[in-house]
Structure formats: C-alpha cells, structure tokens
Design a binder for this molecule. Structure first.
Ligand code: GAP
Length: 447
C-alpha cells in the first residue's frame, strides 16, 4: 500500500507548519523539551509515537543503505572526540558562521542571512552592525573529574569523521574494497545560531550518513548514482516527486571539504530547503587524517598492483529533518461521511503503528479474542490496542496518527471467527477470517 496512491484525495495544497506542530504535540509525536520549566529553546523530546517514527526512519535508511546492498557496512562511533580529529578534519579552523551584532538592540545575526546588509532586521537601525566575526559551531566540553583541568573534547558536528578515522579498521575487518561504503546513524551537535522551524534545524539532531569510497576515476559516476538513489529513497517512501528537487550548490556555498555538492531539497511550508546533501569529498578527509595521525590511510589494489587514496562520495541526511518532511508530505484533510477528517498518509514503513486492534465494545466477552488478535499481530508489527470511545472516533484517531490499518473485533467475530479490516486511505472495509488475518495484513502493509 503506497501512500501516493491516495494522493488524488488531497484537499489541501500545502501543509501549514503549525498544523504539524499541533498534531505532533496533541498526539505524542514531539514535545518541546523541558516544557514544565518553560521549555528549552529549539530542543525537542520525541514522545511515544515520535520515537517510533524516528526509529522507522532510521530503520528504513539502514534497510536501503546497508541491508539491501553487499557493499556498505554499518558502524557506531563515539560522539565525543579529541581536538586532533577536528583539527585534521578542518572543523576547528573552518566550521564557523559569520556573525554580526547590532550595537543598538544587541541582537546577533548571521551575516550571510541578512537580506539588507546594512539594516538591522530587529530594530531597523542602519550602520549599527559590528565587524563580522567567525563563530565556531562545535560544542566543546571537558573530560575528567576536576573542573578546569580536564582534557578538552568536542561533541561531533557530523557523524562522518567516525567513518574516516575507522577506514583502515573497517577495511581490514570487513574485507571490503572500493567501491564500498561505511554507514552510520547517530547524534550530532552544532551550536546553530539560527535554529528553528520546529525539528528542521536544532542544536542536537540525528544524522544518517554514508562515506562511499571509490577509485578516483569513478567518482563522477558514483556521485551521479548517489544523487539519484537518495532522491528516489524519499519518493519510494511516499514523498511526491513534485515536492522534491535536486539542486547543485554554487561554488560559494560549498563546504571546506567539498568539490561538488547537490542537495535533495523539499518544498517546506516556508519554501525549498535542504533535506539531504550528497557531497564529493574527494580524498580530502583520508589525506588530512593520514597527515595528522602519521598513519597510512589508503588502499592497495592487488588486481592492478596500485596503491591509492580512495575518493569519497557522501550522502548525508538527517533523521529528524526527514521525519519533518515525511509528516508534512503525508498530512491531508478530506471528507469522510460528510465530516472533515485529518489523516497522515504515511508509508507503512514509517507509520508508528502498522495496525490498530479495536474491540467494538469494552465488554469482557470481546476482550479475550481481541487480545489474542493483538498478540498474534504484535509478534510481527508495532500494534496499537484501543478500546475507548465510539468506533468512529477511534478510526479518526488512528487516521490522524497514520495507522494504515484497523482491525475491528465485534460480537459476530465470536460466532463467525472473522474480523473487519479497515483501510486508512480509502476507509474501505473488508471482512476476513481470523485464520487468514496475518496473510491479509501482510499483503496490505507490504511486508
Ligand atoms: N557530513 C556532511 C554533513 O554533515 P550537512 O549538510 O551539514 O552535511 C547533513 O548535514 C544533513 O544533516 C542535512 O542535510 C540535514 O538533514 C541534517 N542536519 C544538519 N544540520 C542539522 C540541524 N542543525 N538540525 C537538524 N538536522 C540537521
């Protein structure tokens, strides 16, 4: 069941960010962090449904990038790192934003985000900006028990460096050879000057990155391959292709390590914006780490008798940002039985629950059979069980949280051994024998 198949029902042309923020709070996807203390700016906690959905995004990525290929392996590297790693990577010298302060209102701005370079967007003063200063985006802390005397350590600003510093370890233990990739999913931290737009840009976030090592002569071809593969991943998981585009960076946008980058962009409510970047990192990182560590980070090709430093193509996405895009693309409003309904047309792989089991009544007579159906399905899928409120209201709740299928157990089920499957997207209902339920659900969910 593809969520795109129901797109003809779409009633709203563009989803408002507030609709998603409200739904996320109301239904337990995303809460403002430390809310009982007034909140902690631009930090979010993921609730019961949001944490399931994040996990589904991660798992969908690992499935495509690692499980379904024999040329990519997964690692899980440390978040804290010594300065040497980030000296070599260039992050200590280059990973900064240009900042200016308004001397009138004391607000701070990213110089490259100002629409009028001489006018303060907050107080309107002109000529009030200080000289621009570079502000490093990495979080620094101390390791060790005594404050002030510990070793300086950094929280990684990207997962990528974990792959480069482990290049030789992985090469030796996995017996891979270029072209091959090292993938990782994990948290990264950046002291962003302008966090915002909900979970789009936060200071703590999760990345899903792959460093794909190739013979230098093949790098252009692999770059094109990964741009297309990553674009299609989002389409396959239900984002309509017309809400996505691939945009090559201009030369002045490129990161310090990049010889060419394209972004997969998504049409957010505020306009086109980055969803994922695919970069040609050349041999920059391996050479830098080889030089700074004094270790050989290259590959000896026995077939050609040649030693070379591989080039790297890097598809780098964000788990939280992808979740935002999937939610925005899936949100829909339509009319069912003359009543408006809100529905998340999420791809079944991303939906927090694949199935909800709904006994028609709370009566004891129905509970044992409903629980039995629940237990059978829960062995395979994340399943919700809900026996409160009228059945219509329960269907609406499941529609709103994106559950593709509901299974209703009613009093007839006790006699005929059958239950009703109801589909989220079409609201169509079909009666199936409980004996066939697992097969019927698998056919509809798609896995
Ligand atoms: N290793 C390359 C790299 O980190 P990036 O474009 O800075 O490249 C990759 O980050 C992806 O990580 C972005 O496309 C985005 O999805 C996610 N990301 C980056 N900064 C983020 C932030 N502050 N909040 C949420 N996601 C972020």
């Amino acid at each position: 069941m593809q969520s795109t198949s129901a797109r003809s029902l779409w009633a709203v042309p563009a989803t408002d960010l507030d609709q998603i923020v409200n739904l996320c709070k109301r239904r337990g996807f995303v809460y403002p962090s430390a809310e009982i203390y007034g909140g902690f700016r631009s930090s979010y906690d993921y609730g019961p449904l949001g944490s399931l959905m994040l996990r589904n995004v991660r798992e969908a990525w690992v499935r495509t990038m690692v499980q379904q290929r024999d040329d990519v392996v997964l690692i899980d590297a440390a978040i804290l790192g010594p300065p040497a790693v980030f000296e070599a990577s260039g992050h200590l010298a280059n990973f900064s934003d240009p900042l200016v302060d308004c001397t009138k209102c004391k607000q701070r701005f990213r110089e490259d985000h100002l629409t009028e370079p001489d006018t303060c967007p907050n107080c309107g003063a002109t000529g009030s900006f200080t000289e621009s200063r570079a502000f490093n985006l990495m979080f620094k802390t101390q390791a060790g028990p005594v404050e002030g005397s510990g070793t300086e350590v950094y929280m990684r600003p990207e997962t990528a460096q974990g792959m480069f510093v482990n290049f030789v370890n992985v090469l030796q233990t996995s017996r891979k050879k270029p072209p091959f990739g090292i993938a990782q999913v994990g948290k990264s931290f950046r002291n962003e000057i302008t966090p915002g737009n909900f979970i789009f840009r936060t200071r703590e976030f999760e990345q899903m990155e792959c460093e794909f090592f190739v013979p230098p002569a093949d790098s252009a071809q692999w770059y094109e391959y990964w741009c297309n593969a990553r674009f299609n991943w989002y389409v396959d998981l239900g984002i309509p292709a017309d809400m996505l585009r691939l945009r090559p960076h201009d030369a002045d946008e490129l990161s310090h390590y990049s010889a060419g980058t394209s972004d997969v962009e998504f049409m957010y409510p505020w306009g086109w914006g980055e969803l994922e970047g695919i970069a040609q990192r050349t041999d920059f990182d391996l050479k830098q780490h080889a030089q700074h560590s004094g270790q050989k980070l290259d590959f000896f090709d026995q077939a050609t008798n040649e030693r070379y430093v591989p080039y790297v193509i890097e598809p780098a996405g964000g788990v939280n940002r992808a979740m935002a895009a999937f939610l925005l693309a899936a949100y829909d409003e339509d009319i069912v039985n003359d009543e408006p309904r809100q529905v998340l047309r999420l791809h079944p792989r991303l939906a927090p629950y694949k199935v909800a089991v709904l006994p028609l009544s709370k009566k004891d007579t129905l509970t044992p059979l409903a629980k039995q159906v629940y237990a059978t399905l829960a062995d395979r899928y994340m399943v919700d069980y809900d026996e409160t409120q009228a059945i219509g209201k329960r269907y609406r709740r499941q529609d709103e949280i994106g559950t593709p299928l509901c299974v209703t157990v009613d009093f007839d089920s006790l006699d005929d051994g059958a239950v009703t499957i109801r589909e989220r997207d079409t609201t169509a209902q079909v009666r199936v024998p409980i004996a066939d339920l697992e097969v019927e659900i698998r056919a509809r969910v798609g896995f």
